[in-house]
Design a protein around this ligand. Structure first.
Ligand SMILES: [Zn+2]
Ligand SMILES: [Zn+2]
Length: 169
């Protein structure tokens, strides 16, 4: 959905909706949306700059890097960004360092709200998704999911490391 920046005044523009986002744009290949994205966003203009404050809420299914099972990740996050017209990039005295705000550039007279929301969702996705911090993963030898069952390879592996310990002593 594109927003005409002329609609954004110094008084601000408030938007609230739920939308279906394209899961192909998720940073994780095996991830998908379990539910639509709910968002609200408040746009306010300061000259050429447009500030956006908002909230996103959705639920994702991601694949755990250890056990390779999908798990649910609730996304509930706020964002605070500033949009600059793309032609300002060349102005060297632009101060882009205050706060923890993010700076995003827009081109022409339209802002792509879906693109902004998708970026916010992707910021929330962990770099190495884990179903649980203590996920045991799968046995590299027999492929058993060690969260649900144990296997003999694990035992022999432990016995082996005990033997190695004895040898060292
Ligand atoms: Zn896992
Ligand atoms: Zn095994």
């Amino acid at each position: 959905m594109l927003i005409d920046i002329k609609k954004i005044t110094s008084e601000g523009l408030s938007l609230s909706d739920h939308i279906e986002l394209d899961e192909n744009l998720l940073i994780e290949d095996e991830g998908y949306f379990i539910e639509d994205l709910h968002y609200n966003a408040f746009f306010i203009r300061h000259g050429d700059q447009i500030k956006v404050k908002g909230k996103i809420k959705t639920s994702l299914s991601l694949r755990c890097i250890r056990c390779l099972e999908n798990f649910e990740l609730k996304v509930n996050s706020r964002f605070d960004i500033i949009l600059f017209p793309v032609n300002l990039i060349h102005i060297s005295n632009l101060h882009l360092n205050d706060d923890d705000m993010e700076y995003i550039f827009y081109e022409g007279n339209k802002i792509d709200i879906e693109k902004i929301l998708m970026e916010q969702v992707n910021f929330f996705v962990p770099f190495n998704p884990l179903c649980h911090p203590a996920c045991k993963g799968i046995c590299p030898v027999c492929g058993v999911d060690l969260n649900h069952e144990s296997c003999k390879c694990e035992n022999s592996f432990n016995e082996m490391s005990l033997l190695i310990d004895k040898v060292k002593r």
